[in-house]
Design a protein around this ligand. Sequence first.
Ligand code: NAP
Length: 278
Amino acid sequence: MDVYGLIGNPVGHSLSPPMHEAAYEELGLDARYVTFEPAPDAGAEAVTAAKSLGVAGLNVTVPFKQDVLEAVDPDDLAAEVGAVNTVDLRTDPPSGYNTDVAGVQRAFDHHGVDREGASAVVVGAGGAGRAAAFALAESSVTLHIANRTAEKATSLAEAVRSSIGDDLDTPTTVTAGGLDSLAETVPTADVLVNATTVGMESDETPIPADLLHGNLAVLDAVYAPLETRLLRDAAAAGATTVDGAWMLLFQGVEAFERWTGEEAPVAVMNEALREHLE
Ligand code: NAP
Protein backbone atom coordinates (compact mmCIF):
# COMPACT_ATOMS: atom_id res chain seq x y z
CA MET A 1 0.00 0.00 0.00
CA ASP A 2 1.23 3.53 -0.84
CA VAL A 3 0.85 6.16 1.87
CA TYR A 4 0.51 9.82 0.94
CA GLY A 5 -0.14 12.66 3.32
CA LEU A 6 -0.31 16.30 4.22
CA ILE A 7 1.88 18.19 6.67
CA GLY A 8 0.54 21.42 8.12
CA ASN A 9 -0.18 23.06 11.44
CA PRO A 10 -3.08 22.94 11.97
CA VAL A 11 -4.36 20.26 9.55
CA GLY A 12 -7.49 19.26 11.44
CA HIS A 13 -10.08 20.31 8.87
CA SER A 14 -8.14 19.47 5.72
CA LEU A 15 -10.19 18.55 2.66
CA SER A 16 -7.28 16.75 0.96
CA PRO A 17 -7.87 13.28 2.51
CA PRO A 18 -11.43 12.82 1.15
CA MET A 19 -10.43 14.32 -2.21
CA HIS A 20 -7.41 12.03 -2.74
CA GLU A 21 -9.01 8.92 -1.26
CA ALA A 22 -11.99 9.30 -3.61
CA ALA A 23 -9.50 9.20 -6.50
CA TYR A 24 -7.72 6.08 -5.14
CA GLU A 25 -11.07 4.33 -4.80
CA GLU A 26 -12.20 5.34 -8.28
CA LEU A 27 -8.99 4.01 -9.90
CA GLY A 28 -8.68 0.97 -7.61
CA LEU A 29 -5.31 2.11 -6.23
CA ASP A 30 -4.04 0.52 -3.02
CA ALA A 31 -3.25 3.81 -1.28
CA ARG A 32 -4.16 5.93 1.74
CA TYR A 33 -3.90 9.68 2.43
CA VAL A 34 -3.30 10.82 6.01
CA THR A 35 -2.58 14.10 7.81
CA PHE A 36 0.44 14.93 10.00
CA GLU A 37 0.81 17.94 12.28
CA PRO A 38 4.52 18.55 13.01
CA ALA A 39 5.62 21.27 15.44
CA PRO A 40 5.72 24.68 13.72
CA ASP A 41 9.54 24.58 13.40
CA ALA A 42 9.76 20.95 12.25
CA GLY A 43 8.60 21.03 8.61
CA ALA A 44 11.91 20.00 7.01
CA GLU A 45 12.48 17.32 9.67
CA ALA A 46 9.01 15.93 8.99
CA VAL A 47 9.85 15.46 5.29
CA THR A 48 13.01 13.51 6.17
CA ALA A 49 11.15 11.44 8.77
CA ALA A 50 8.29 10.65 6.37
CA LYS A 51 10.81 9.46 3.77
CA SER A 52 12.45 7.11 6.21
CA LEU A 53 9.03 5.74 7.16
CA GLY A 54 8.34 4.90 3.51
CA VAL A 55 5.69 7.55 2.88
CA ALA A 56 5.44 7.99 -0.91
CA GLY A 57 4.44 11.65 -1.17
CA LEU A 58 3.49 14.68 0.88
CA ASN A 59 1.44 17.79 0.36
CA VAL A 60 2.64 20.75 2.36
CA THR A 61 0.55 23.58 3.74
CA VAL A 62 0.85 26.54 6.12
CA PRO A 63 3.30 27.16 7.79
CA PHE A 64 5.76 24.77 6.10
CA LYS A 65 5.76 25.66 2.37
CA GLN A 66 9.04 27.61 2.57
CA ASP A 67 10.68 25.56 5.34
CA VAL A 68 10.60 22.28 3.43
CA LEU A 69 12.77 23.75 0.66
CA GLU A 70 15.83 22.77 2.71
CA ALA A 71 14.78 19.09 2.69
CA VAL A 72 13.95 18.74 -1.03
CA ASP A 73 15.35 19.28 -4.50
CA PRO A 74 12.85 21.82 -5.90
CA ASP A 75 12.06 21.98 -9.61
CA ASP A 76 12.62 25.34 -11.35
CA LEU A 77 9.10 26.61 -10.71
CA ALA A 78 9.08 25.75 -6.98
CA ALA A 79 12.51 27.36 -6.62
CA GLU A 80 11.33 30.54 -8.36
CA VAL A 81 8.08 30.74 -6.37
CA GLY A 82 10.08 29.97 -3.21
CA ALA A 83 7.43 27.54 -1.92
CA VAL A 84 6.80 23.80 -2.15
CA ASN A 85 3.36 22.26 -1.68
CA THR A 86 4.00 18.79 -3.14
CA VAL A 87 6.89 16.42 -2.40
CA ASP A 88 7.73 13.13 -4.12
CA LEU A 89 9.55 11.11 -1.45
CA ARG A 90 10.53 8.26 -3.79
CA THR A 91 13.44 10.21 -5.25
CA ASP A 92 16.71 10.84 -3.46
CA PRO A 93 16.71 13.65 -2.36
CA PRO A 94 12.92 14.12 -2.31
CA SER A 95 11.63 16.25 -5.21
CA GLY A 96 9.71 19.44 -4.47
CA TYR A 97 6.99 20.97 -6.65
CA ASN A 98 4.54 23.85 -6.47
CA THR A 99 1.16 22.70 -7.79
CA ASP A 100 -0.67 25.79 -6.43
CA VAL A 101 0.51 27.62 -9.58
CA ALA A 102 -1.12 25.01 -11.83
CA GLY A 103 -4.12 25.07 -9.47
CA VAL A 104 -4.73 28.72 -10.40
CA GLN A 105 -4.10 28.14 -14.12
CA ARG A 106 -6.25 25.04 -14.41
CA ALA A 107 -9.09 26.66 -12.38
CA PHE A 108 -9.20 29.47 -14.96
CA ASP A 109 -8.82 27.03 -17.88
CA HIS A 110 -11.72 24.96 -16.57
CA HIS A 111 -13.92 28.07 -16.73
CA GLY A 112 -12.75 29.00 -20.23
CA VAL A 113 -10.87 32.10 -19.01
CA ASP A 114 -8.16 32.93 -21.57
CA ARG A 115 -5.31 34.87 -19.90
CA GLU A 116 -3.17 35.35 -23.02
CA GLY A 117 -2.36 39.06 -23.25
CA ALA A 118 -4.56 39.87 -20.26
CA SER A 119 -4.25 42.59 -17.65
CA ALA A 120 -4.18 40.76 -14.34
CA VAL A 121 -4.45 41.92 -10.73
CA VAL A 122 -3.50 39.80 -7.72
CA VAL A 123 -4.54 41.00 -4.27
CA GLY A 124 -2.34 39.45 -1.56
CA ALA A 125 1.34 38.60 -1.40
CA GLY A 126 1.42 35.61 0.96
CA GLY A 127 1.62 31.96 -0.14
CA ALA A 128 -1.48 32.02 -2.35
CA GLY A 129 -0.52 35.44 -3.74
CA ARG A 130 2.91 34.16 -4.80
CA ALA A 131 1.33 31.19 -6.60
CA ALA A 132 -1.27 33.41 -8.32
CA ALA A 133 1.32 35.98 -9.40
CA PHE A 134 3.60 33.35 -10.98
CA ALA A 135 0.58 31.62 -12.55
CA LEU A 136 -0.59 34.82 -14.25
CA ALA A 137 2.84 36.20 -15.17
CA GLU A 138 3.20 33.46 -17.81
CA SER A 139 0.41 34.78 -19.99
CA SER A 140 -0.47 38.33 -18.94
CA VAL A 141 0.79 41.49 -20.56
CA THR A 142 0.44 43.43 -17.33
CA LEU A 143 0.40 42.05 -13.82
CA HIS A 144 -0.32 44.23 -10.80
CA ILE A 145 0.16 42.93 -7.26
CA ALA A 146 -1.63 44.81 -4.47
CA ASN A 147 -1.13 44.02 -0.80
CA ARG A 148 -2.05 45.57 2.55
CA THR A 149 1.69 45.65 3.30
CA ALA A 150 2.86 47.29 0.08
CA GLU A 151 6.54 46.29 0.59
CA LYS A 152 5.59 42.63 0.34
CA ALA A 153 3.87 43.28 -2.99
CA THR A 154 6.99 45.08 -4.20
CA SER A 155 9.31 42.23 -3.27
CA LEU A 156 6.98 39.67 -4.88
CA ALA A 157 6.87 41.79 -8.04
CA GLU A 158 10.69 41.82 -8.06
CA ALA A 159 10.79 38.03 -7.71
CA VAL A 160 8.33 37.59 -10.59
CA ARG A 161 10.22 40.08 -12.74
CA SER A 162 13.55 38.38 -12.17
CA SER A 163 12.10 34.95 -12.94
CA ILE A 164 10.70 36.11 -16.28
CA GLY A 165 13.67 38.39 -16.95
CA ASP A 166 15.54 35.88 -19.12
CA ASP A 167 12.51 34.99 -21.19
CA LEU A 168 12.54 37.50 -24.04
CA ASP A 169 9.19 36.21 -25.33
CA THR A 170 7.42 37.28 -22.14
CA PRO A 171 6.41 40.93 -22.38
CA THR A 172 4.82 41.08 -18.91
CA THR A 173 5.05 44.38 -17.06
CA VAL A 174 4.84 43.76 -13.32
CA THR A 175 3.82 46.53 -10.91
CA ALA A 176 3.04 46.62 -7.20
CA GLY A 177 1.27 48.77 -4.65
CA GLY A 178 -0.86 48.94 -1.54
CA LEU A 179 -4.59 48.21 -1.48
CA ASP A 180 -5.29 51.79 -2.62
CA SER A 181 -3.78 50.88 -6.02
CA LEU A 182 -6.81 48.65 -6.70
CA ALA A 183 -8.93 51.72 -7.58
CA GLU A 184 -6.64 52.39 -10.53
CA THR A 185 -5.94 48.83 -11.71
CA VAL A 186 -9.14 46.78 -11.25
CA PRO A 187 -11.41 48.85 -13.58
CA THR A 188 -9.16 48.04 -16.58
CA ALA A 189 -8.27 44.47 -15.57
CA ASP A 190 -9.40 41.27 -17.31
CA VAL A 191 -8.44 38.87 -14.52
CA LEU A 192 -8.49 39.32 -10.74
CA VAL A 193 -7.40 36.96 -7.97
CA ASN A 194 -8.10 37.50 -4.30
CA ALA A 195 -5.28 35.77 -2.44
CA THR A 196 -5.81 37.44 0.92
CA THR A 197 -7.55 35.85 3.88
CA VAL A 198 -10.27 38.55 3.71
CA GLY A 199 -13.65 36.89 3.27
CA MET A 200 -12.60 33.70 5.03
CA GLU A 201 -15.33 32.80 7.53
CA SER A 202 -16.60 36.37 7.24
CA ASP A 203 -18.73 38.51 4.94
CA GLU A 204 -15.93 40.97 4.11
CA THR A 205 -14.28 41.70 0.78
CA PRO A 206 -10.85 43.19 0.03
CA ILE A 207 -12.13 44.80 -3.22
CA PRO A 208 -14.77 47.56 -3.25
CA ALA A 209 -17.79 46.35 -5.29
CA ASP A 210 -17.90 49.47 -7.44
CA LEU A 211 -14.51 48.57 -9.00
CA LEU A 212 -15.84 45.27 -10.40
CA HIS A 213 -17.19 45.01 -13.96
CA GLY A 214 -18.54 42.62 -16.56
CA ASN A 215 -15.23 42.07 -18.42
CA LEU A 216 -13.54 40.58 -15.37
CA ALA A 217 -12.90 36.96 -14.46
CA VAL A 218 -12.52 36.73 -10.67
CA LEU A 219 -10.92 33.85 -8.76
CA ASP A 220 -11.26 33.97 -4.99
CA ALA A 221 -8.68 31.68 -3.35
CA VAL A 222 -10.86 31.67 -0.22
CA TYR A 223 -13.04 28.54 -0.18
CA ALA A 224 -14.78 28.82 3.20
CA PRO A 225 -17.38 29.99 2.45
CA LEU A 226 -17.53 28.89 -1.18
CA GLU A 227 -19.58 31.92 -2.16
CA THR A 228 -17.69 34.85 -0.73
CA ARG A 229 -18.90 38.41 -0.72
CA LEU A 230 -16.33 39.18 -3.44
CA LEU A 231 -17.79 36.49 -5.71
CA ARG A 232 -21.35 37.69 -5.02
CA ASP A 233 -20.34 41.27 -5.87
CA ALA A 234 -18.49 40.05 -8.97
CA ALA A 235 -21.46 38.03 -10.20
CA ALA A 236 -23.73 41.05 -9.64
CA ALA A 237 -21.37 43.11 -11.80
CA GLY A 238 -21.60 40.51 -14.58
CA ALA A 239 -18.10 39.08 -14.07
CA THR A 240 -17.12 35.42 -14.53
CA THR A 241 -16.58 33.88 -11.08
CA VAL A 242 -14.34 31.00 -10.02
CA ASP A 243 -14.53 29.83 -6.40
CA GLY A 244 -11.53 28.75 -4.32
CA ALA A 245 -12.47 25.08 -4.37
CA TRP A 246 -11.45 24.95 -8.05
CA MET A 247 -7.91 26.05 -7.15
CA LEU A 248 -7.84 23.57 -4.28
CA LEU A 249 -9.11 20.82 -6.59
CA PHE A 250 -6.58 21.39 -9.35
CA GLN A 251 -3.54 21.69 -7.05
CA GLY A 252 -4.63 18.28 -5.73
CA VAL A 253 -5.19 16.90 -9.23
CA GLU A 254 -1.65 17.96 -10.24
CA ALA A 255 -0.16 16.40 -7.09
CA PHE A 256 -2.10 13.16 -7.68
CA GLU A 257 -0.89 12.96 -11.28
CA ARG A 258 2.75 13.59 -10.33
CA TRP A 259 2.66 10.91 -7.63
CA THR A 260 0.74 8.18 -9.42
CA GLY A 261 1.44 8.83 -13.11
CA GLU A 262 -2.29 8.25 -13.68
CA GLU A 263 -4.77 10.72 -15.13
CA ALA A 264 -6.76 12.03 -12.16
CA PRO A 265 -10.52 11.39 -12.01
CA VAL A 266 -11.23 15.12 -11.77
CA ALA A 267 -15.04 14.88 -11.53
CA VAL A 268 -14.85 12.34 -8.70
CA MET A 269 -12.30 14.44 -6.77
CA ASN A 270 -14.42 17.57 -7.29
CA GLU A 271 -17.53 15.82 -6.02
CA ALA A 272 -15.75 14.54 -2.89
CA LEU A 273 -14.30 17.98 -2.20
CA ARG A 274 -17.60 19.84 -2.57
CA GLU A 275 -19.46 17.24 -0.52
CA HIS A 276 -17.07 17.89 2.38
CA LEU A 277 -17.14 21.67 1.91
CA GLU A 278 -20.94 21.82 2.01
P1 NAP B 1 -0.80 34.09 4.06
O1 NAP B 1 0.46 33.62 3.45
O2 NAP B 1 -0.93 34.21 5.53
O3 NAP B 1 -1.13 35.54 3.41
C1 NAP B 1 -2.23 36.28 3.87
C2 NAP B 1 -2.48 37.45 2.93
O4 NAP B 1 -3.70 38.09 3.33
C3 NAP B 1 -1.40 38.53 2.98
O5 NAP B 1 -1.26 39.10 1.71
C4 NAP B 1 -1.99 39.54 3.99
O6 NAP B 1 -1.52 40.84 3.83
C5 NAP B 1 -3.44 39.48 3.58
N1 NAP B 1 -4.34 39.95 4.63
C6 NAP B 1 -4.57 39.38 5.83
N2 NAP B 1 -5.48 40.10 6.53
C7 NAP B 1 -5.82 41.16 5.73
C8 NAP B 1 -6.70 42.25 5.87
N3 NAP B 1 -7.44 42.42 6.99
N4 NAP B 1 -6.82 43.13 4.86
C9 NAP B 1 -6.10 42.97 3.72
N5 NAP B 1 -5.23 41.95 3.52
C10 NAP B 1 -5.10 41.06 4.51
O7 NAP B 1 -2.03 33.19 3.61
P2 NAP B 1 -2.15 32.29 2.28
O8 NAP B 1 -1.65 30.94 2.55
O9 NAP B 1 -1.60 33.07 1.14
O10 NAP B 1 -3.74 32.17 2.16
C11 NAP B 1 -4.53 33.27 1.73
C12 NAP B 1 -5.94 32.76 1.45
O11 NAP B 1 -5.91 31.87 0.33
C13 NAP B 1 -6.55 31.96 2.61
O12 NAP B 1 -7.93 32.25 2.67
C14 NAP B 1 -6.34 30.51 2.20
O13 NAP B 1 -7.33 29.65 2.71
C15 NAP B 1 -6.49 30.63 0.69
N6 NAP B 1 -5.78 29.58 -0.04
C16 NAP B 1 -6.49 28.86 -0.91
C17 NAP B 1 -5.88 27.88 -1.65
C18 NAP B 1 -6.71 27.10 -2.60
O14 NAP B 1 -6.23 26.09 -3.11
N7 NAP B 1 -7.93 27.54 -2.88
C19 NAP B 1 -4.50 27.64 -1.51
C20 NAP B 1 -3.78 28.43 -0.61
C21 NAP B 1 -4.43 29.39 0.13
P3 NAP B 1 -0.21 41.33 4.68
O15 NAP B 1 0.98 40.84 3.91
O16 NAP B 1 -0.34 42.81 4.69
O17 NAP B 1 -0.31 40.71 6.04
